[in-house]
Design a protein around this ligand. Structure first.
Ligand SMILES: [Zn+2]
Length: 95
């Protein structure tokens, strides 16, 4: 199946974010750093990759149904605008 972008798709390209558009929504720069790791300096300056988490049972003391995903960043090299994306959004629970 060929993927031919329609005119409407091209018009909304920027709304879908830098990950897909490869273009900065702020300055329209095309020099995008893809998939940069977000480093969170924890206790003792221990480097940890930034992670997002959801809890399906946040009220429980144990087994709270924690689901996590690492986070990567797309950075515009021209103006520095940064967008964050979860690496595995499908792993995160909802509700
Ligand atoms: Zn930019």
């Amino acid at each position: 199946m060929a993927m031919i972008p329609s005119a409407g798709e091209a018009r909304f390209r920027q709304d879908r974010g830098m990950k897909r558009s490869k273009e900065c929504p702020k300055c329209h720069g095309k020099d995008i750093i893809a998939d940069a790791k977000v480093i969170d300096l924890g206790h003792g300056n221990l480097e940890k990759e930034l992670t997002v988490a959801t809890f399906s049972k946040p009220e429980a003391m144990f087994f709270r149904g924690k689901a996590t995903s690492k986070v990567s960043a797309w950075v515009c090299r021209t103006c520095g605008f940064t967008e964050f994306y979860a690496d595995s959004p499908g792993m995160l629970g909802g509700e």
